[in-house]
Design a protein around this ligand. Sequence first.
Ligand SMILES: Cc1cc2nc3c(=O)[nH]c(=O)nc-3n(C[C@H](O)[C@H](O)[C@H](O)COP(=O)(O)OP(=O)(O)OC[C@H]3O[C@@H](n4cnc5c(N)ncnc54)[C@H](O)[C@@H]3O)c2cc1C
Length: 299
Amino acid sequence: MFEKDEWTQKEFYKYKNELEKEGAKVVLVDTILKPLGNMKTITYNPYEMANMPENTVFVFYCDTGKTTKERLPFYRKNFLNTDVFLYGEEEDIGVLIINHPKSINMKTYDYIIVGAGIAGCSTAYFLSKYTDSILLIDRNSDLAQGASGAAGAFLSPLLGKPNKFKDLVTKALNFSTDFYLNNIPKEITNCGVVRIPKNKEDAQKFETYKPYMDFPYEKMEDGYYFKIGSQVNSYNICSYLADKVEKLFDYEVLATEQNSDFRIINGELKAKNLILTTGADISLIKEKYFNIRAVWGQK
Ligand SMILES: Cc1cc2nc3c(=O)[nH]c(=O)nc-3n(C[C@H](O)[C@H](O)[C@H](O)COP(=O)(O)OP(=O)(O)OC[C@H]3O[C@@H](n4cnc5c(N)ncnc54)[C@H](O)[C@@H]3O)c2cc1C
């Protein structure tokens, strides 16, 4: 019965009966969808499941085909001695995982990064020089689907009077322009940018910024041309940065908890270090000593 990669629901019920005749307990684990027929479900909870009898067979019933298929490698990796099947009949497609409770493998990562926009992908890239134990998570189905996918993706100087944030942006602009030109030149168009004051007030402000310009510029008809400016392909850049990193998509992080040495994510993933690069969504950041607010993100 486990030789097939795909089961119909009919087969599922048949094999369930056979397994039960052999003394196994079959448990349907509700992940997203409504339960099948009259079958009772339990909510996915690795701790609780690990304490169930050894002859238990878990059946995971998930989302529709494509998403589910993409999750299969993740389930396979995270459950030892596991047979993973798709079963389906028209829209009733799901994942079936046969697994014995004692074999649940809560893999520990050195780093889990939540958010696969430019911040998460860059962090993953530079951390991957030190460890290959990184998991990059996003609730979307691909990289750069939040603000990083919406952006015009212009690299341009921050104008203004000196302050620490402006210094940081100036350093970041120099660094990222060099990085992209040296590593992925086909994804950056270093054509310069023109900054055009939007009204009279803005034009006056611009005059006051002139003594503090960090980059050379030329006056043009209605604006100012900065040669340093570029535009990038943000999706391709994120793909390059996250290329070698393990990824988990369509996965929403709802809760994180900390025990003495680890962070546990949604009760099922474990990391020595957790990095939140969730952009404008700051709901996971619980910092009571100072306020964090989203500066710019997907609206
Ligand atoms: C319309 C627009 C135009 C812009 N133009 C420019 C520009 O030209 N130049 C420029 O420099 N900047 C621009 N920006 C700003 C820039 O896009 C953002 O500052 C940058 O993309 C933020 O990147 P990020 O990785 O922090 O966030 P995001 O790209 O938003 O990534 C955060 C990711 O976290 C995921 N996430 C959040 N919570 C969870 C959770 N609980 N579980 C799982 N996943 C989660 C989200 O799905 C998302 O994919 C623009 C922004 C917008 C909206």
